[in-house]
Design a binder for this molecule. Structure first.
Ligand SMILES: [Zn+2]
Length: 123
């Protein structure tokens, strides 16, 4: 994807790099030199669309997601979010930068305790 419009948004909003690692099944985002590495499965489980929110309500907060679910497509949504398309056919998930940052860098919550991320590192 192109980052040509990165100059039109605040530098902290748009990641300086977005890398989809198909083999490792991770999505890597870089903000200000900080690498956020999120597993596809965690991203899928963290979907906040109405369908997933409803499913979560029925299943005690844990969305049933195949272990080998993969992120297939990343689609920028305006300048503030990504729409992610997964291998299980789910394509409704909207992931704002703030949410992705919170997932990567925020305090780990019980819901995500099993490897919310594979960690991050400073450059
Ligand atoms: Zn969803």
């Amino acid at each position: 994807m192109s980052c040509d419009d990165a100059n039109t948004v605040p530098p902290s909003a748009w990641p300086s790099a977005i890398n989809l690692h198909a083999q490792a099944r991770t999505l890597e985002l870089v903000w200000d030199g900080r690498h956020a590495v999120l597993s596809h499965r965690v991203l899928r489980r963290s979907c906040r669309c109405s369908v997933c929110e409803n499913a979560r309500r029925k299943t005690d907060d844990t969305l049933p997601v195949a272990a080998d679910v993969a992120l297939l497509t990343i689609e920028p949504l305006g300048s503030t979010a990504l729409r992610l398309v997964f291998s299980d056919g789910h394509e409704r998930g909207i992931y704002p930068w703030t949410y992705l940052k919170q997932m990567a860098f925020g305090p780990t919550t019980g819901e995500f305790s099993d490897s919310l991320t594979k960690g991050w590192r400073d450059e």
